[in-house]
Design a protein. Structure first.
Length: 371
């Protein structure tokens, strides 16, 4: 019987039975997490953690296990303080306190809480030489082989350009162009390009602000356009194959623009001229990225969660720059690199070593003990 099955008389209830697993040693098998029934989505709050993780109201979900806190819903207890047989005698009141202090009802199930590792590329997963360290790469392969975790990339680079650096990793999901394009496997699940009129306005405003020779580039999912030597850009590696243009006409369905400005006043002028766009500076650079208003790595994460039926709390996100701040805040565990900007470190739950170290592998070993 699954969540599609209804039991009880006049009062509707859904019985969620866990999916059995026998591919792990006995001492590693958790109380299994049931699938969300076909046709359902997360609409209701968990009575323990408060996250929107229930496909039906609490009163109707027999034995449903929250994928964030791992509280197993008990419709038979009469009060929040009553011990729950489904939760080894733990009361809902006690479970809420455990979630508040340790982020999960049972610490031994922590490894099963997280379903996706999501990495920024530049200055996070990539070292200064634009490669992934051997140990970090092997650790991610170990975690994927364990079968409980997806690997994802969230970057301001375009999809085609990101693939230059992730061939060995083979990520399951890609959030690219700073959240404007989201792919799961072979399917694009979200894309937010500028209209032709908006693109023309961006090009015009950039020239009005920084002069007719302003340096700029733009990305579509499969093409990078620029009007300057490739070495001019902070993230020039990987952009060797591109289309040189004078931007007399905008690219087709551009997802993102980057404009080189030399002072904050120019950025403010662009923001006033382009109310439909977000203008965000790359740290330690004179370059600013422009995406559609409200399109960020965090909004890309939301689209991803809707597709995969995950809560952001099921994700561990890694980042270093201003563009990563909201993503780090939203994730269940936000991890800032030691070289991150102060804003990213403040938004994160923890700070690890810098991107030229094996700090990612060290943290994953500590959390999941896969070595």
């Amino acid at each position: 019987m699954t969540g599609d099955d209804v039991i009880g008389g006049a009062e509707k209830k859904y019985l969620f039975l866990p999916t059995a697993r026998n591919d792990l040693p006995g001492d590693m098998i958790p109380e299994p997490e049931p699938p969300v029934p076909h046709g359902y989505s997360f609409k209701y709050p968990c009575p323990c953690c408060g996250e929107i993780t229930y496909p039906v109201p609490r009163e109707e979900a027999i034995a449903y296990i929250c994928p964030v806190c791992f509280w197993e819903n008990d419709v038979f207890t009469k009060s929040d303080g009553e011990p729950s047989d489904e939760n080894r005698g733990l009361s809902l009141t006690a479970a809420r306190e455990l979630y508040r202090t340790q982020g999960i009802v049972r610490w031994d199930l922590l490894r099963y809480k997280y379903k996706l590792l999501l990495f920024d590329l530049d200055d996070t997963l990539l070292r200064s030489d634009k490669t992934i360290s051997t140990r970090n790469l092997e650790k991610l392969r170990d975690i994927r082989r364990a079968g409980n975790m997806r690997i994802g990339i969230s970057t301001s680079r375009s999809e085609k350009n990101a693939e230059v650096f992730t061939g060995e990793l083979r990520p399951d999901v890609l959030i690219t162009s700073a959240g404007a394009h989201v792919r799961v496997g072979e399917r694009v699940i979200f894309s937010a390009p500028f209209t032709a009129e908006e693109a023309e306005d961006i090009i015009r405003a950039a020239r009005d602000t920084a002069g007719p020779e302003v340096l700029m580039d733009s990305d579509t999912p499969d093409t990078h356009y620029r009007n300057y030597p490739v070495t001019e850009h902070k993230f020039s590696a990987g952009f060797e194959e591109c289309v040189e243009t004078d931007f007399s006409r905008p690219p087709p369905e551009p997802l993102m623009f980057c404009v080189k400005l030399y002072d904050a006043a120019g950025a403010e002028e662009l923001r006033r001229a382009l109310p439909f766009a977000d203008v965000v500076r790359f740290v330690n650079s004179d370059w600013y990225k422009l995406t559609k208003k409200g399109i960020t790595k965090a909004s890309g994460l939301d689209a991803l969660c809707g597709e995969l039926l995950l809560s952001p709390k099921n994700i561990i996100a890694f980042g270093d720059d201003l563009a990563d701040v909201e993503m780090l805040r939203a994730a269940g565990l936000g991890v800032a690199m030691g070289n991150a900007v102060p804003e990213a470190k403040s938004a994160a739950d923890t700070v690890i070593g810098d991107n030229d170290s094996d700090a990612i592998a060290d943290l994953l070993t500590e959390l999941f003990d896969t070595e």
